[in-house]
Write a protein that binds this ligand. Structure first.
Ligand code: HEM
Length: 468
């Protein structure tokens, strides 16, 4: 089994064998990789009642403790109940109330990018962390390297490393976990023990902080505070509290570090494709002008900005293999027998880089979503159908993620000129276009420079208030 950048190997095999379905058998585990939108739609979407279970990954769930999060839970009552709560907190109908925070935190990001471009990748993380921690727990972060943002980064690193099928041998040989510590080949136990601490802290610390503040009447409005205050104080609420802890913890985990990767990709694309940036500047100046920032109400009038967001999600994928689904009963597809328990891996990368749907797939080209008149083409393929996963497991935070991404991209394009950084001798530093491998994929750190596009942009940013 490929150990890194599996999506590229699966895509290569799919081409070599001229088959969008690949079957692998690793010891007792059957793995089926789906490399086309058609196969994914037929199985994960149209048959989603039997394709929505999750793998019982020993490393992730048993050793690191990720079974606390419904994203990794089997298809069953706990998953259903927590997903229902989660959906209520992040459904399109409630997103309006989060917009002021999205705008204000994004405003602070602009200032941080100009003042300290050196750490811009961390500033992006700080901003997405501030947004999700504010909305979910009413927390204010402490600026760069805030402990709660760092905690999320560390915990998510564990998911990135262990989340894909086959990342750790112990997933195929569960007995390995009984080997004594320090025995050769047990590095995974040390890693799991460290990562499990972060997982547990993410699900306890902010929860207890808000509970404490609620008891003292000091809690800021938040999803957690509103869920807890709805509980009947005359009842035993231990079950509900555990559900609420799971749901808000899941928002923190899934919300803090996913959008980060997409935004870092967006900045990279602007460095590599200056003409795209120029065209976006022109659209914003024409539609919004230069004396105010774009707002959510402008979305429909900024089709090129919308296309940049879609192309960002297509060009480089945050979860190139989504999260594996697990088949619950025997099934048959195109004459193939698929036994119950088969792990089904959707190769999102292959789907979003299929040249039949996206000609020149390696090129960042937002115009692929537009009609010749510059308006959005309703018949163009929509990468968001694959980037956020499939069927009953589709990302329930996707509407919120799209709002967050859109406002950040629009604010940055409206006010800043993004260029390649230069070194002390004035030589341009070419950005690395490499990505990390793992369940979550991020751009390898690179440098960029940010300058206000004009005196008017500078004034807009200055008027947004002081960054933390
Ligand atoms: C660019 C940003 C994001 C991308 C690309 C993304 C993508 C995904 C993908 C591919 C999955 C797996 C779907 C599957 O199994 O088929 C997923 C699951 C999930 N996402 Fe997101 N996501 C993003 C942001 C968010 C945010 C901001 C939140 C929370 C506010 C969130 C919450 C979740 C949760 C809770 C699940 C687990 C769903 C389940 O297993 O039922 N995601 N996401």
């Amino acid at each position: 089994m490929p150990k890194t950048f599996e999506w590229l190997t699966y895509q290569k095999w799919s081409r070599e064998f001229d088959s969008d379905i690949i079957y692998l058998r690793v010891l007792q585990t059957n793995i089926v990789v789906l490399n086309s939108h058609r196969a994914v739609r037929d199985l994960l979407e149209n048959r989603s009642s039997i394709y929505s279970d999750r793998d019982r990954l020993v490393m992730m769930n048993t050793l690191m403790g990720w079974n606390i999060m419904f994203a990794f839970n089997p298809y069953g009552e706990k998953w259903r109940e927590e997903r229902r709560y989660f959906h209520q907190a992040f459904s399109p109908s409630v997103l309006n109330q989060y917009r002021p925070r999205l705008s204000s935190e994004t405003g602070k990001l602009l200032k941080r990018l100009i003042d300290d471009p050196h750490d811009f990748m961390d500033h992006i993380r700080t901003t997405t962390g501030a947004i999700i921690l504010g909305i979910t727990f009413g927390m204010k972060i402490q600026g760069l390297k805030d402990p709660y943002v760092v905690l999320a980064e560390k915990a998510l690193h564990g998911i990135a490393m262990a989340g894909n099928a086959g990342s750790y041998l112990v997933d195929f040989f569960p007995l390995l976990r009984h080997l004594p510590d320090g025995f050769p080949g047990t590095k995974f136990k040390r890693e799991a023990s460290e990562w499990s601490r972060y997982v547990s802290q993410m699900f306890t610390r902010p929860f207890e902080l808000v509970q404490h503040k609620l008891n003292n009447g000091e809690a800021e409005p938040s999803i957690l505070a509103s869920l807890l205050t709805r509980l009947d104080p005359n009842k035993d609420n231990s079950h509900e509290e555990s559900v609420i802890r799971g749901v808000t913890g899941a928002a923190y985990v899934a919300g803090a570090d996913t959008t980060v990767s997409s935004l870092q990709t967006f900045i990279l694309a602007m460095l590599l494709y200056p003409d795209v940036q120029k065209r976006a500047h022109e659209e914003i100046d024409r539609v919004v002008g230069t004396d105010r920032l774009p707002e959510f109400e402008d979305q429909d009038r900024l089709p090129y900005v919308m296309s940049i967001m879609m192309e960002t999600l297509r060009w480089r994928n945050v979860l190139p293999l989504a999260i594996s689904h697990r088949l619950m009963v025997d099934d048959e597809y195109r004459g193939y027998q698929l036994p119950a328990g088969t792990l089904v891996v959707a190769n999102t990368w292959a789907i979003l880089h299929d040249e039949k749907t996206y000609p020149n797939p390696d090129v960042f080209d937002p115009s692929r979503y537009l009609k010749p008149d510059g308006q959005l083409n309703p018949n163009a393929p929509t990468p968001t159908e694959a980037a956020f996963g499939y069927g009953r497991r589709i990302c329930p935070g996707r509407h919120f993620a799209l709002e967050s991404l859109w406002i950040m991209i629009a604010y940055v394009l409206a006010t800043l000129q993004i260029d390649k950084a230069t070194d002390a001798n004035g030589e341009v530093i070419e950005p690395s276009s490499d990505y990390t491998s793992g369940m979550l994929s991020y751009p390898v750190p690179y440098k960029a420079s940010f300058t206000p596009r004009s005196a008017a942009s500078n004034a807009l940013i200055e008027n947004l208030g002081i960054a933390d």
